[in-house]
Design a protein around this ligand. Sequence first.
Ligand code: SAM
Ligand code: SF4
Length: 329
Amino acid sequence: MGLIDNHGRQINYMRIAVTDRCNLRCFYCMPEEGIKYVDKSNLMTYEELLRITKVFCAEGIEKIRITGGEPFLRKDLMQFLQSISEIPQLKKIHITTNGTLLEGKVNRLKELGINSINLSIDSLDKDRFKMITRRDDLDKVIHCMDEILDEGLELKLNMVVMDGKNIEDIIPMVELARDKKLSVRFIEEMPFNGTLGQGNKSFWSHKKILSHIESKFPALEKLVDPPFSTSSNYKINGFAGDFGIIAAYSRTFCGTCNRIRLTPTGVIKTCLYDNGIFNVRDIIRAGATDEELKTALLSALGNRSKDGFEAEKKRASSPVSESMATIGG
Ligand code: SAM
Ligand code: SF4
C-alpha cells in the first residue's frame, strides 16, 4: 500500500542531504563568508542515516536522492552509498552534485547501481561561472559531465536562471542537448540563499524562460511528463537530448508531490517550504524504536501541507531565508 499523505498523495521519494558543507559558494545558495556550518556532532551519522533509510524504505520509500551541501565533501560517502544500495526495497538512488569532486568516481557509482546524476552548472562561460559560484571550477564540472556521459549514466544538468547573471547561457545550454543525450533543467530561483531580505528583483518565471527558448526554437514539442515530475519537459526536433523547466518558486507541481526531505541534522521536511516537522536524529538518540520512527513519519504525513504556499504561510514568523545547502534542494 505504501505511504499516503492526508491529501491522498503517494510518498515514495526521500531526499537526503548528507552535509551542509560546500566547496563552492553559489551566490543564490549561500553567502560568500560568515557561514556557520553545523558542528559535526550534530550531523546524522551514517549509521543513523542507514537505519532511518531502512525503516522508511520498509514503509514505502523507493527512491533516494543524495544531496547536500556538496555530498562528495562528506568522508566515506561511497561506503554509505554501498550500504543503502543493498536495501532491497530501494529501486533508485540518484545524486545531485556540483561535480567538482567526482573525477574517477563515476564508474564506481555505476557499479553501485546509481544510474542518474543531476549536475549543477549555471553557466558555460568561465567568467560567469566564477561570478556565480565564486570559484574557478568550470573545467572540472565539464570534465565531470563528459565522464558521466561516457559511462552511459542518465544526466540532468541543473541551471538556476537569474536575471543579469546567466540569461546569455540559456540558449547555449539548450544547444548542449543537440548532440548530447542529456536533459537540461532550467530552475526558477528561490529565496533559499542564506541571507534575509534579498529577493530576486527581476524574477525569471518558468513562463518567461519558456518564451525565451521558444523565440529561438519556435517548434518545441511538449513531452509527456513522467509521473511526479517537477519539470515541464520539451524536445526539439533532431536533438539527442531534451530540456525541462522547473517552476520551483511558482510551485505549479505541488499537487503531485511525492517527496520528503531529510536535512543534515535530521530534520524531516514534508515540503521544501516548511520549517521542519520533526527531528529523527533527536528521537533516535533518545532511544526510539523502529516502530516509533515509523509512527513519527506517519503522523507527519497525516498532517502535510497541501502545497508550498500553505507550508510557507504556516512558517510566517520565520520567512524562507535558510541556505539551500542546509536542505538539499
Ligand atoms: N551541491 C550540490 C549541487 O549544487 O548540485 C547539491 C546541493 S544544491 C543545494 C542542490 C540544487 O539546489 C542545485 O541544483 C542548486 O542549483 C539548487 N539551488 C540551490 N539554491 C537554490 C535557489 N536559491 N534557488 C533555486 N535552486 C537552488
Ligand atoms: Fe554548494 Fe550546491 Fe549550494 Fe552551490 S548550490 S553553494 S554547489 S550546495
